[in-house]
Design a protein. Sequence first.
Length: 275
Amino acid sequence: MASEFKKKMFWRAVVAEFFAMSLFIFISIGSALGFQFPLAGNSTELTPKIAIQDNVKVSLAFGLAIATMAQSVGHISGAHLNPAVTLGLLLSCQISIFKAIMYIIAQTLGAVVATAILSGITSSLPGNSLGLNTLSNGINSGQGLGIEIIATLQLVLCVLATTDRRRNDVSGSAPLAIGLSVALGHLLAIDYTGCGINPARSFGSALIMNSFKDHWVFWVGPMIGGACAALIYDYILAPRSSNITDRMKVWTGGQVEEYDLDGDDINSRVEMKPK
């Protein structure tokens, strides 16, 4: 922990997580709220067809926003932008415990700040929920938990697969693939839970709205999904050859190759760069 604490690159990465998370939340939730603003002279009612289009719009907004932020800061922090992704990479022994804690704090603070700003900008919107995640009518907490687990599992599995340094067959853009996975998760879960595959994003809305009903679902579900994805990928689908003792050393000291001797080499980051 001490070695990471002293590295400039480490703190740049934490700041990158906060900044990118703030932009991600502002863009994605802002897009989700936009269609609800009444337009002058437009009395069109919300039909089922329009509702379907809105689901696609929101899903694409979240997916494209995460892809853009991943492309922007992936070489600095790895662009986790999600506590469930951070947990998955922690259990995969790719980051230290200290880094995971700091990332989750930065992500959560970024979500709260962005949601608070959105609250001020959209204060005139009637019935504004700021993207608050809630269980749909007819969906109980157990069912919602299952939806969140599956939606997050496929996301974290995608992150682990597309950023696996052992692969040489990955073509195209890893951030885009991850963005599409986020969009897919929203298309699956948005009608059931509002899609809470990002606990920090869910927390930001819940805190600003002061509404924590069933909020545990949006932490437990994604965290279980992220943990399961890491265990499935690392021990079943693509087992690693390194000794488990050596891998667990990463939890206390971080990965040596992540930093140069001075901690200033931005090109030493390779987490989001597929070979």
